[in-house]
Design a protein around this ligand. Structure first.
Ligand SMILES: Nc1ncnc2c1ncn2[C@@H]1O[C@H](COP(=O)(O)OP(=O)(O)OP(=O)(O)O)[C@@H](O)[C@H]1O
Ligand SMILES: [Mg+2]
Length: 246
């Protein structure tokens, strides 16, 4: 199974991706976590130490540094995962597509998007779960190009702008033929809010509550699931893991 997590900047994509990957791994699934943000930080939400996250070689950067050009034969996604992935807790393999590190006239994010497409498209997922934490907005969703057998999570908090981007993500996913689209109402403070968001998105919905423990863990730079496994949002994301794999 492949899962693409999308939504507006700051809606909670990485928080949800990190805790979801951990819960899925705890349920016994083999999980590959793809950090598709050119400012990668999914590792923190997964429970990887900050120094290790910083020392990771995102695929695009590693290939460019090694002198690889687009004229060279394409390297298989599985080989790249082996070479540039790092081990995260619970047996999860984490890999980042690209990282903006220095000023350049070239557009790094185009290469990063392309790597996202290669990874999300080509990594076999028959006996494992490939979970992609996409770059904010809609562009990366088009690049990842999820299909009928994939799952799309459209994450939104309560603001009208965030809900609108999630709504557009749902429509794009429908156009791509995705059958399982789940709207995630994150940082939910009231049932009324969740209901309103559900009506706007028009897809299956799941609610993650506003939870101070998530913010506290983020301020310490650690994963919420490690800081406070019983926190309501962490528990809710565990239920989301059950729902997705049921
Ligand atoms: N359920 C929640 N309760 C309280 N705070 C939350 C919750 N979910 C996320 N947050 C907070 O919202 C902020 C943004 O979360 P996160 O980094 O996961 O968003 P993102 O969508 O990945 O952002 P970006 O687009 O920048 O990658 C963080 O400060 C995080 O602690
Ligand atoms: Mg993020």
């Amino acid at each position: 199974m492949k899962i693409a997590v999308c939504g507006k900047g700051g809606s909670g994509k990485s928080t949800i991706s990190g805790a979801l990957a951990r819960h899925l791994a705890r349920q016994g699934h083999k999980v590959v976590a793809l950090d598709c943000d050119p400012n990668p930080n999914l590792g923190i939400s997964l429970g990887v130490l900050r120094e290790e996250v910083e020392s990771m070689s995102p695929i695009l950067n590693a290939l460019i540094d090694a002198g690889h050009t687009h004229k060279d034969p394409k390297i298989e996604a599985e080989v790249l995962l082996d070479r540039y992935g790092i081990d995260a807790p619970e047996g999860i393999r984490l890999v980042a597509t690209g990282k903006i590190e220095r000023p350049s006239n070239a557009c790094l994010c185009c290469g990063s998007h392309n790597t996202t497409r290669q990874f999300f498209g080509e990594l076999p997922a028959d006996d494992r779960i490939v979970l992609a934490d996409l770059e904010a907005g809609l562009n990366d969703l088009i690049w990842a190009k999820p299909g009928p057998d994939d799952v799309v999570l459209a994450v939104t908090e309560g603001s009208a702008k965030s809900v609108e981007i999630a709504r557009r993500a749902c429509r794009l996913a429908e156009e791509l033929g995705v059958k399982r689209i789940i709207g995630i109402s994150n940082r939910t403070v009231s049932d009324v809010d969740a209901k309103r968001i559900g009506e706007e998105l028009g897809v299956e919905m799941f609610t993650v509550p506003e939870d101070r423990a998530i913010e506290d863990a983020d301020h310490l730079g650690i994963a919420a699931i490690d800081a406070d496994p019983a926190a309501p949002a962490v528990v809710a994301i565990g239920e989301l893991a059950q729902l997705i794999t049921r």
